[in-house]
Design a binder for this molecule. Structure first.
Ligand code: GLN
Length: 408
């Protein structure tokens, strides 16, 4: 290298405000402090062997070149069959299903494919961080609707009422500039499962304002109280099939988050827009893994049933343990995260609390203020993942006993 400056250039304006994602940051900190990692949501165990075998078989039988851009036909068909089992509706696997590199790619492909610069996209906060960044990448403007925790709880309570939003705030967020709303149900990080009534209001407003609904349903199978709060797909509500892009993925359901297989389901015209972006983002997704994914969707029900049982037990373990330590626990009805209120420990913010948690107790968690437009709304909260082995959760709880409460 000569002594000349390497012509530095800062991160582009559309990305500069978002820095490094909290998931990368916390997982790196966890490694540095040898902490039990309940921050980034990924299992500390493998998915089923039959999928690993299926991926090997696909590689050995020559499925190693680019896949069809919109997905290998077997996987598109398996996704359409899954959709029919879940909703009773038949869809065309070749024109209405697009396979993407995880749901994360599906989110950005959908926004880039459907939303024009200057238009508005509504999202519920706390929001999964990529939505906010992708809205900016698309040149669009976010409008926020806040999900609020039930009030009146005290340290040590396990609260089973869900987070809710103010219908008037939602109504006010819609305007003639609204292009889309993003609805994540089951919701990360609150564990909220949107009710039929809530989805009906969203549907009514989308129809009234001619907006598209983009749903992120990656936790669709991780539902813990299906009688009280079943997973309802917005696309199945009257008038919504033609204006909804339903996104989901394989990773959470089959415990292979690193495979990065996701998809978008939408009527052909909307799918064409998603595909217009997808072809230039990744073009296609790992071919052998798509073959194994098809197998998982076709034959994986036993695995899913036992995984949900395991997660239900771990949800209780973590909730009970956190409540005993003095947190207010907001019981999730779906997903694999718990939000808890850490006020009893006397820290001013979620970031301070998470730093203390990692340095004093050796446990990594996510500070949820990064998921809010007004960060103050998240400062009392902490997110912990329970997609971990029983012994991992036990170890984390044991370590957290080292957290000394200010009073007693
Ligand atoms: N969805 C995961 C979580 O919420 C993170 C995925 C990622 O790191 N991109 O923890």
């Amino acid at each position: 290298m000569s002594g000349r400056d390497p012509h530095p250039r800062p991160v582009a304006d559309r990305l500069a405000p978002f820095g490094t994602t909290i998931f990368t940051e916390m997982t790196q900190l966890a490694a540095k402090h040898r902490a039990v990692n309940l921050s980034q949501g990924f299992p500390d165990f493998d998915g089923p062997d039959f999928m690993i075998e299926a991926a090997h078989d696909a590689m050995r039988s020559g499925h190693n070149q680019y896949a069809r851009s919109v997905g290998v036909p077997e996987l598109n068909r398996a996704i359409a069959d899954f959709w029919r089992r879940e909703t009773g509706e038949g869809i065309d696997p070749d024109t209405e299903v697009t396979v993407t590199s995880g749901c994360t790619e599906a989110v950005i492909a959908t926004l880039l494919g459907l939303v024009n610069p200057g238009e508005e996209v509504i999202l519920f906060e706390p929001y999964y961080d990529s939505y906010r960044a992708c809205i900016s990448i698309a040149g669009a403007e976010p409008r926020f609707v806040t999900l609020r925790p039930p009030t009146g709880a005290a340290a040590g309570d396990i609260v089973s009422e869900p987070f809710t939003f103010d219908p008037d705030q939602l109504r006010a967020a819609f305007s003639s500039r609204t292009a889309a709303i993003i609805v994540n149900t089951p919701h990360n990080p609150t564990g909220k499962v949107f009710t039929r009534e809530e989805l009906e209001l969203i549907a009514e407003l989308c129809i009234e304002h001619n907006a598209v609904a983009i749903t992120d349903e990656v936790y669709e199978r991780l539902i813990y109280e299906p009688d009280r709060l079943p997973h309802i797909r917005l696309a199945t509500l009257p008038g919504m099939a033609e204006r909804t892009v339903t996104l989901s993925s394989l990773g959470k359901t089959f415990s292979f988050t690193g495979w990065k297989i996701g998809w978008a389901i939408a009527p052909a015209a909307l799918s064409a827009s998603v595909r217009a972006a997808h072809q230039y983002l990744t073009f296609a997704t790992a071919t052998p893994l798509q073959h194994a994914a098809a197998m998982a969707l076709n034959r994986g029900e036993d695995y899913v049933r036992s995984l949900v049982n395991d997660y239900k037990r771990r949800r209780s373990m973590l909730a009970t343990g956190l409540a005993e330590l003095g947190f207010i626990v907001y019981m999730p009805h779906g997903s694999y995260f718990i939000l808890a209120d850490h006020s009893a420990f006397g820290e001013k913010s979620d970031v301070d609390f998470c730093m203390r948690l990692i340095t004093e107790a050796g446990v990594a968690a996510i500070p949820p203020s990064v998921f809010y437009d007004n960060r103050d709304n998240g400062k009392k909260l902490v997110r912990l993942a329970f997609c971990k082995r029983d012994e991992t959760i036990r170890e984390a709880l044991q370590r957290m006993e080292k957290l000394k409460k200010p009073h007693g």
